[in-house]
Design a protein around this ligand. Structure first.
Ligand SMILES: NS(=O)(=O)c1ccc(-n2ccn(-c3ccc(F)cc3F)c2=O)cc1
Ligand SMILES: [Zn+2]
Length: 258
């Protein structure tokens, strides 16, 4: 069984890396020359109300910035989506250094970090928890981070991270415009995949932005000061919280650009 396959034992997920029978797992390597241009793929439209921002919490995998998803105030629509999806949370994945950290790769290029803006299909399901279990329940926008100039709007979030250093810590964070984390270029790839942490359900329409955003090395260094562990436990720095690449199987990645 899984536990016997040493190669699959991951420090974070203790062997839950492979989902037996999974046919649309994430993340994947996006091979640009294999992607298919889809002229009907409109730009993705986000409309985020900064007042729907609720709090930040360290859930032991990453830090989640959570939003009030009881109304349609913060939504994503267009692109490959048939109807609007509500923003529930965003979080990041990063490495122990700037040489790796992203979950998706582009022609095997790794980025030092990756942002995920997680939305759920409020037209078809009643709650986020329900949508997570359904094949077209979620839409996650992925944005690569690269080292460059300081991201001024991100700094407000970076400054508060020490308050959620430990697993299960939660801090109020009640005004943040998530659209400041999107790149100016609207080009993206899209494919059908899964959550990259448990429950790993195959419920995600992935929208991966072609252009990365820039952050400076000191901002990423603060991400690495967070802990996987709760107060009182032996401290383990929250780094390398990305899942290994998964097989593309018989999926096609579509691009919104030529
Ligand atoms: N990395 S990712 O594929 O974007 C990803 C991975 C895991 C999740 N995820 C898993 C459980 N949850 C979750 C479930 C219920 C809840 F109230 C809050 C949650 F964060 C969640 O958001 C959401 C997104
Ligand atoms: Zn993620």
């Amino acid at each position: 069984n899984l536990q016997d396959n040493r190669a699959n034992l991951h420090p974070l997920w203790k062997g839950e890396i492979d989902v037996p029978g999974g046919s649309r797992q994430s993340p994947i390597n996006i091979r640009i020359r294999d992607s298919v241009f889809h002229p009907q793929l409109a730009p993705v439209h986000t409309q985020y109300d900064p007042n729907t921002c609720l709090h930040i919490w360290n859930n032991g995998y990453s830090f989640f910035v959570e939003f009030d998803d009881s109304t349609d105030k913060s939504i994503v629509s267009g692109g490959p989506l048939e109807n609007p999806f509500r923003l529930k949370q965003f979080h990041f994945h990063w490495g122990r250094n700037n040489d790796w950290g992203s979950e998706h790769t582009v022609d095997s290029r790794v980025f030092p970090a990756e942002l995920h803006l997680v939305h759920w299909n409020c037209s078809k399901y009643r709650t986020f928890e329900e949508a997570i279990m359904e094949p077209n329940g979620l839409a996650v926008i992925g944005v690569f981070l690269k080292i460059g100039k300081q991201h001024e709007k991100l700094q407000k979030l970076v400054d508060i991270l020490p308050s959620v250093r430990y697993k299960d810590a939660l801090t109020e964070f009640n005004y943040f415009d998530a659209s400041c984390l999107l790149p100016s270029c609207v080009d993206y790839w899209t494919y059908s995949g899964s959550l990259t942490t448990p429950p790993l359900t195959e419920s995600v329409t992935w929208i991966i932005m072609k252009k990365p955003i820039e952050v400076d090395h000191s901002q990423l260094a603060v991400f690495r000061s967070l802990l996987f562990t709760a107060v009182g436990e032996e401290e383990k720095y929250m780094v390398d919280n990305f899942r290994p690449l998964q097989p593309i199987m018989n999926r096609t990645v579509h691009s919104s650009f030529e």
